[in-house]
Design a protein around this ligand. Sequence first.
Ligand code: MN
Length: 256
Amino acid sequence: MSVLSDLAAALRAGSIEIIDLTAPLSSETPILELPPEFGQTARFELEEISRYDDRGPGWYWNNFRTGEHTGTHFDAPNHWVTNTGGADIASVPVDGFLRPAAMLDFSAEVADNPDFLVEVEHIKAWEAEHGSLPDGGWLLFRTGWESRTSQRDMINADDTGPHSPGLSADCARWVAEESPAIGIGVETVGTDAGTAHSFDPAFPCHALLLGSNKYGLTQLRNLSRVPPTGAMVVATPLPIVSGSGSPARVLALVER
Ligand code: MN
């Protein structure tokens, strides 16, 4: 038996389950909000071309418009000013689209503190319990934020700005420069914490991970169904030429 025929048999038998980590894409999908002096990303919009009608009697289809960074999406290295010559989303090597994953669960901490930040010590504690991080794998951070499906709940802003969990600047630097990870995956609208505009550097996951030719995955769902170790992640952005990111279908293969 070959590895791939074993995989096909395991999928058919249900001993490997495919879990969809992707949020649905619609005009309701939450998006990042920047201060008004900056350009803003677009919501996902469908424009109907025809629907079995006089515009096209036998077929239904749409045009769509969206920001590259809308919904569950993949951040390319060239997204950030720390890597202006980095890979665009069409140039990210495809071997990055199928990688093992570690799932780190901070949903209890975030329930008490929406500004919770993952520190290096948290990741070290996870390693002490579960073993080394997978080489070239994703770090998936479960926070419970996936239940916040409206724009308001997802951004969770007050007078002082947005409040959502993320990584400290020290932790982002460690993931970027010392960990074996290919990137991080989060449930929030972007890879950085809501308060990360005030970190040093600002938006450290973007600045340091993308600056190190690593990647980001956002607005993931169903991480509660992903075990701490052993999952394989399939993350497939569109090859938008010169693009800085793309909505992606993200799946986890999990052994039962
Ligand atoms: Mn993004």
